[in-house]
Design a protein around this ligand. Structure first.
Ligand code: ADP
Length: 664
């Protein structure tokens, strides 16, 4: 259901425009008649000579009610209620005068009447007009104060409808020559233009109430049958009463002499029957329309459902085609490891046909006996395992390297019920990797031996062991020595990288005094830093013994300190070590070139080197930090960087003081 929100006139349907037009024309009609009374223009007061006049107070009421209806159409609540209240009060006071045969002095308060109609209360509007004015006043007040919800619109709509009926009955009375329909008992009758004015006012109020109810629900309001019945019943009652009191042309003609007594009864019965039938047929119409609407909605929902199922089915078929045609093995297993589905890729990879594999334990594929249990435990915990490299066995006993992606499959309640596995054959890649590792390993070792000899002989020659050496020759020999040192570092880094990638990096951990390791590093690099003109700061507190590999940790901190010196053109470098929680934190800092955030993100990847000219000039392999990280992680520690371009860099290494694993 739509929220009730009064819209401005421009955003409304024609009902508001029609109400505004009715309000304006009734106000104008009232104004004309008031002017007629004031200027003694009888033609404005009486439509035709001899016709009942519109009383002054009625005309005044029209001006007020017309303005109120206009305000209601413009959604001006307060003026609507105020003007409605004023007109209702005039109507109610006049009605009270009729009921209690009293004279409150309001009939000729503003204008003394000069049109005599032979009634006992000259200048007073008739009781039917007073009733209409009262109902219109009440209708306007309820229209202004109604709340959201179609039920609250019924009140103004009903009041408006009754006024329409009273006005219509009067007009029918004029048309059929039935004075009792527009003049009640011996009081002033309702003038013909008064009847038109009230019909317009009633229509405007009912139309606005209807419009609001329609805007909220998008359909005709449920109280429509009541409204229709009320109109028919009111008209019927007016006509019945008019016929009963007699008079009029029908009675005068005497044509109905015999039926005089029965005509009112027939009118009443027909009217009541019409009201009942009308209400019933409108109600039935509404019910069947609502049924048709809900049927249409259900139909649309069903069509949407069918469409989405078709799309889902197409998606499933596409997926099935992918699964059938892929080279990867795709299989599903229950959580206890029984194979449930098996694609042609799995047939090709493992050699088992679908019928051979289905229902078998997946362990027939495992190269290691302990493979499955832990994996299925993780899957049952809704974990996805990606790129797990392991050994599998084919039907003919061949061992193959596979990369597995295992994902949990859930039922509609979200419970993990089975697992899907995609297995990719990586035997060839693994073989190539192993060959590359072996090649790099062998070449590196083969290079290291002659390099050691070259370095030794350069030193011998430089020391004059092979004869006198001139200054220029010594200089050249030093360049050769420096370059063979660089080559040595490169070869060592390559060997270490190779060991890391093949998971064969040798770390020999034991109880270790980290202070000693750090002073070793400091003594090696202090002079280097100072000869470059850098200040070297050292702040190493007493540290607990850690469990580590001294040689490898010297390698790590040497790399960090030498980088700090290399990449700091001026300023200072330093090393600091202190207790940090249950571990030791070693910080190597510098005031050098620094690193951009992008460089920091790539810092620990193989062969990464910064773009600064300082880096290019310094030379290096781009492997030192990767090796350092691997060594620290093998010590169950962490390494991270903080840096700012142009300000400096700080590497923070944390090593546990009492590692969780103890020596075997
Ligand atoms: P290498 O120093 O041999 O190039 P590393 O792995 O030790 O290799 O360092 C990789 C890159 O990280 C360096 O080339 C340099 O760009 C950057 N880097 C390392 N340490 C620092 C530092 N203290 N200040 C600025 N940049 C650094």
């Amino acid at each position: 259901m739509r929220e009730f929100a009064p819209e401005p006139l421009s955003g409304r349907s024609g009902a508001a425009l029609a109400a505004a037009a009715s309000g304006a024309s009734v106000a104008a009609l009232g104004g004309l008649v008031v002017a007629g009374w004031l200027t003694v223009a009888v033609a404005l007061i009486q439509v035709l000579p001899g016709f009942p006049p519109m009383q002054y107070n009625t005309a005044l009421g029209f001006m007020i009610c017309g303005a109120a209806l206009l305000s209601a159409a413009l959604d001006l609540k307060r003026p609507t209620a105020l003007l409605g209240g004023l007109s209702g009060t005039i109507g109610l006071a006049t009605l009270a005068q009729h009921l209690f045969h009293a004279d409150l002095g309001i009939d000729q308060l503003l204008v003394e009447t000069y049109i005599w109609t032979g009634v006992p209360d000259p200048g007073r509007m008739g009781p039917n007009s007073a009733l209409c004015l009262t109902l219109i006043g009440a209708g306007l007040i309820t229209l202004a104060w109604r709340k959201a919800g179609s039920r609250s619109h019924v009140c103004p709509a009903l009041l408006g409808a009754i006024v329409i009926a009273l006005g219509t009955a009067a007009l029918v009375g004029y048309a059929a020559g039935l004075p009792g329909a527009y003049g009640w008992s011996n009081h002033n009758p309702m003038a013909v233009h008064t009847a038109i004015g009230f019909t317009l006012l009633g229509g405007g109020i009912a139309g606005l109430a209807w419009n609001s109810a329609y805007l909220e629900t998008g359909e005709a309001p449920p109280w429509l049958p009541v409204l229709a019945a009320a109109v028919v019943l009111t008209v019927t009652l007016c006509l019945w009463s008019a016929l009963r009191t007699g008079g009029g042309e029908i009675a005068l003609h005497g044509a109905m002499a015999a039926g005089e007594a029965t005509l009112p009864k027939i009118t009443l019965a027909t009217g009541v029957l019409t009201a009942i039938l009308l209400a019933w047929s409108i109600r039935e119409g509404q019910i069947s329309r609502r049924r048709a609407l809900s049927l249409e909605t259900a139909n649309r929902a069903l069509n949407d459902e069918i469409q989405s199922r078709i799309e889902m089915e197409e998606g499933i078929q596409q997926l099935a085609a992918i699964v059938e045609s892929t080279d990867d093995a795709v299989l599903t297993t229950t959580l206890d490891g029984t194979i449930a589905t098996w694609n042609p890729g799995a047939e090709r990879l493992y050699g088992y046909t679908r019928s051979e594999a289905l229902g078998k334990p997946v362990s027939i594929l495992h190269g290691h006996r302990h493979d499955g249990a832990d994996l299925f435990r993780r899957i049952a915990n809704d974990e996805r395992v990606t790129r797990l490299e392991t050994l599998n066995v084919t039907k003919d006993g061949r061992r193959i390297d596979v990369s597995l992606t295992v994902s949990p499959i859930k039922d509609p309640t979200g419970t993990v019920v089975s697992a899907s596995t995609i297995a990719r054959d990586i035997t060839d890649r693994k073989l190539l990797d192993r060959m590359k590792d072996d090649f790099v390993g062998t070449v590196s070792h083969e290079l290291r031996t002659p390099l050691t000899a070259i370095r030794g002989f350069i030193e011998l020659v430089a020391d004059g062991e092979a004869g006198l050496v001139t200054e220029t020759q010594r200089e050249f020999l030093q360049i050769a020595a420096r370059n063979s040192d660089k080559l040595g570092v490169l070869i060592n880094d390559l060997i270490d990288m190779n060991l890391i990638e093949s998971r064969r990096l040798d770390i020999r951990r034991g109880p270790l005094d980290l202070t000693e390791v750090l002073s070793d590093v400091v003594s090696t690099f202090r002079t280097m830093a100072q000869s470059k003109g850098l200040t070297f700061r050292e702040d190493v507190q007493r540290l607990p013994r850690i469990y580590g590999d001294g040689r490898r940790l010297v390698q790590v901190f040497s790399n960090l300190v030498s980088n700090a010196i290399k990449y700091t053109p001026r300023g200072e470098v330093g090393i600091r070590a202190a207790l940090s929680g249950s571990g030791v934190e070693v910080t190597v800092h510098d005031s050098g070139i620094g690193l951009t955030p992008e460089e920091q993100a790539q810092l620990f990847t193989r062969f990464f080197r910064g773009r600064s000219p300082v880096v290019t000039e310094a030379g290096g392999t781009g492997l030192g930090l990767v090796i350092a990280k691997a060594i620290i992680e093998r010590h169950e520690g962490t390494i991270r960087v903080e840096s700012q371009v142009g300000k400096g860099t700080r590497f923070l290494v944390i090593l546990p003081a009492s590692p969780s694993t103890s020596p075997a």
